[in-house]
Write a protein that binds this ligand. Structure first.
Ligand code: MN
Length: 128
């Protein structure tokens, strides 16, 4: 089965970069443009992994991460937060929200792919 990755990202430029990256690696991408639809698509699509932006219209990436991780049926899906706020302590906030890993923008495509592969190879995250 082709791994399916849900990308929650409001910026088309960023989605295009990630879309190309995931396609080149043979992954299928599901796209959400805001936090609410990110949570909804996590429920309906049950992706193998989620890439989560933080700054999103409406529900931000922290709250979307909290809601997904609070759902016992979804909490095993690894969430990698991708954000540009590494210098302002948002990496700590992202981990507190329950994400499994953190990648700062601008990310190198190789680094992001390595992180994705690490989690997909490890299988679902055991429930805490
Ligand atoms: Mn954003």
């Amino acid at each position: 089965m082709t791994p399916r990755i849900l990308v929650v990202e409001d910026q088309e430029d960023n989605r295009r970069i990630i879309r190309d990256l995931l396609a080149s690696a043979g992954y299928q991408m599901i796209e959400a443009l805001d936090g609410e639809s990110g949570v909804r698509l996590a429920e309906t699509e049950r992706p193998d992994l989620i890439l989560m932006d933080i700054q999103l219209p409406g529900l931000d990436g922290y709250e979307a991460t909290r809601r997904i991780k609070a759902n016992p049926e979804l909490c095993s899906i690894p969430i990698i937060v991708v954000t540009s706020y590494a210098l302002s302590g948002d990496d700590v906030k992202a981990m507190q929200a329950g994400c499994d890993a953190y990648v700062a923008k601008p990310f190198s495509p190789r680094q992001l792919l390595a992180k994705i592969r690490e989690f997909l190879a490890a299988g679902p995250v055991p429930a805490a």
